[in-house]
Design a protein. Structure first.
Length: 150
């Protein structure tokens, strides 16, 4: 605390013996020791009080953070409950979808006709030309006719 060396203490002791005298010096030393002890205790108390205040402030900060965490946890629970309700509603819709929109009891509609007709698959292929083309060789006297000439 005080940077007083041995020679400084010796000098203070010699001056105190000269000023106070050898008879009262032991009482003065005792009183100085008591004051020094009280000063040290006061410094320790102040230090402990500051430490308690800092610790108390840390606890308050921790409680504030926990309060915020509790608030966040409440919000999380609310959101989780809402999501669960929505999931349950959707699951109920998929389990029992109910009637389609526009459905009336007793109204039965025929299925839509297919885009293809089964009879069209069994019919012969139509030819690309309107006149029949013969596959026989023409007689040498006959001239070949083109389909466009007819």
């Amino acid at each position: 605390m005080f940077e007083i060396g041995f020679w400084e203490l010796a000098l203070i002791g010699v001056v105190a013996m000269i000023v106070v005298g050898p008879e009262r010096l032991p009482g003065l030393a005792r009183t100085a020791g008591l004051w020094l002890g009280k000063a040290r205790r006061m410094v320790a108390e102040v230090k402990a009080e500051v430490d308690r205040e800092l610790h108390l402030e840390e606890i308050k900060q921790s409680l504030r953070e926990q309060g915020h965490l509790a608030e966040i946890n409440d919000i999380k629970k609310d959101l989780t409950n809402r999501v669960k309700e929505i999931q349950d509603d959707l699951q109920a819709e998929f389990d029992d979808p109910g009637p389609p929109p526009g459905w009336r009891p007793g109204a039965v509609s025929a299925p839509p006709p297919p885009d293809w007709q089964p009879s069209a698959l069994n019919s012969p292929v139509k030819e690309a030309t309107s006149t029949p083309v013969s596959l026989q060789k023409p007689a040498p006297s006959e001239s070949p006719t083109s389909p466009a000439a007819n």
